[in-house]
Every structure is written in structure tokens, then in C-alpha cells.
Write a protein that binds this ligand. Sequence first.
Ligand code: GDP
Length: 304
Amino acid sequence: QSLDKGLEKTKTSFFTKLSKAVAGKSRVDDDVLDNLEEVLVTSDVGVETTLKIIERIEKRVAEDKYMGTDELNQILREEIAGLLSETHTGEGTDFELPGDKKPYVIMVVGVNGVGKTTTIGKLAHQFKNKGFSVVLGAADTFRAAAIDQLQVWADRVEVPIVKQKMGSDPASVAFDTLSAAKSKNADVVLVDTAGRLHNKVNLMNELSKVKRVMQKVIPDAPHEVLLVLDGSTGQNAFEQARQFTKATEVSSLAVTKLDGTAKGGVVIGISDQFQIPVKYIGVGERVEDLQVFNKYEFVDSFFS
Ligand code: GDP
């Protein structure tokens, strides 16, 4: 699925609102800016990031004295790409791994239902396609279904999986996974973790224990903590990002389900607000429907 198609709903809704915001106006004035603010907030860009964008446009209007509404698209595009650059988000075009860490350990976190397992399966597929050897670890031992689903993906993509029975210690599964990956000389390890948010202290303790035990096998693991967020939940995704960044050090984001939603603006708001790069976006249920996030493509598909 191409990104244009994946973001179709967001784009249509954004442009409908944007054209209403400037209807009958030839210049960007306070009214237009007020309307634009509403467009951005209702596109799930988030209040803080919206205000930042509006302020920047106000500044440009003040400097230029006159800004036609026909220039607004271009200016918005520049400002949004600029914001995404500030979080070092999305230069990538391909599934790559830093060559100096082997195995490269990715701990995947996120609430149940956001598409965590699917994202792990899609990533395993992409890495394998690129010739990397992959090992999966089923450290979400809280739900039997989580282990089973990861097994389904391991079978589908044909990569090894390390698991124990439901209820076993997640840290022990992580330990076994990294040990197995190390002895196999694997290139990349994807470790699934439990995503229960109801008790923040528990979540924090569990994730820190998993990390600590990983470090007994590979001292600088995990090399990446990837938080998976469901883009279609809009403001909930912001809340989850808030909770998880408090519980552990998140280094990258995957935003899923952008195909079924008009809330694609969350990608902009979340990377800006949390200053964490968006690395992957999910634009469908098929194994190919995970893309390396590229800010230029993203902003272009939003605006063209
Ligand atoms: P988990 O509980 O977080 O592991 O969630 P799952 O990986 O089981 O995904 C939950 C549902 O979301 C499944 O039906 C997936 O097929 C679906 N899903 C995951 N990613 C995407 C996506 O990018 N687009 C769409 N449309 N569905 C997705």
C-alpha cells in the first residue's frame, strides 16, 4: 500500500477543513489563523504543537506584511517538515540496522490492541527480506493470546521464536531470547513485552527488570525501545506516549493504523511533543503495510 493511499482519510479530511478555513479570504489574517488553529487541533496534531505552528506562521505573516491564502499550503508544509526535522524524525527510506551492534536488540512496548504483535511480525518480515537473521522473544507472558499470536507471526515469516508458558517471568524470557540470539549470531532481536497500563509502577518495574536482565547477556541492550501507538486513537495515543515515556526510556515510535483514520496528524504532534523520532508507520494489515517513516514523503502525501 502506498503512503498516499494509507493517508487518504487524513488528507481528505485535512483539506476539506483547510479549504473551509480560508474560504472567501485572500490573505492570511487573524480569522484565518484562528480557523487554521482549529483545523490543526481537530486533525489531532495536539494543542501544544498546533500553537507552535500557528506562532511560526504568525511570525512569518508579520515579517512578510502580506501572506496570501494561496501560499498557506506551502508555508504549512515547510513548517511541519521543519518541526519533524527538529526531532530528527524520519530521514529513512529502508529497513536498516546499525552495523556495529550484533545482535541489535529492540524492546517493543505498547498497550494491548495497538498493533504491537503485528508490527513485530511486519518488522521481522522486512528485516528478513533484507537478509538479516531475526529472533523473536515472547516476553508478554501475561496473556496466552499474546504468545500464540507472536508464534503465528514467527511461523508466517519463518523466524525463530523464544517463548515460555503463560505467566512465566518476562525477564526470564528476555534472558533466554538474547542468549539464543547471541549463540545463533543473529542480527536482530525483537522482544515483545506486556502492555498493561492500569498500574504504572508495575509497568515500570517490569520493564526495568526486563532491561536489567537483558543486560546480563548483552551489556548495552536494549539498543532501542520502540513504542507502538495506535494512530486511530488520536488523543489516547498522546496519553499512552505520556505514560510509557514516564515508565521507561523510549527511543523510537511506530504509529499504526493510519490507513483507517483521519487522525494522521498525531504523527506530527507526538514526535514534536515527546521529541522522539517516529521510525515506522502502519498503513494496513498486510505484512508489507509497514513503512519506514520519511518526513518528506509524509508531508508531501499530506499536501499533494
Ligand atoms: P497487539 O495487541 O498490540 O499486539 O495488537 P495486534 O498486533 O494483535 O493488532 C490488533 C489489530 O490491529 C489486528 O487486527 C491487526 O491486524 C490490526 N492492525 C495492526 N496494525 C495495523 C495497521 O497499520 N492498519 C490496520 N488497518 N490494522 C492494523
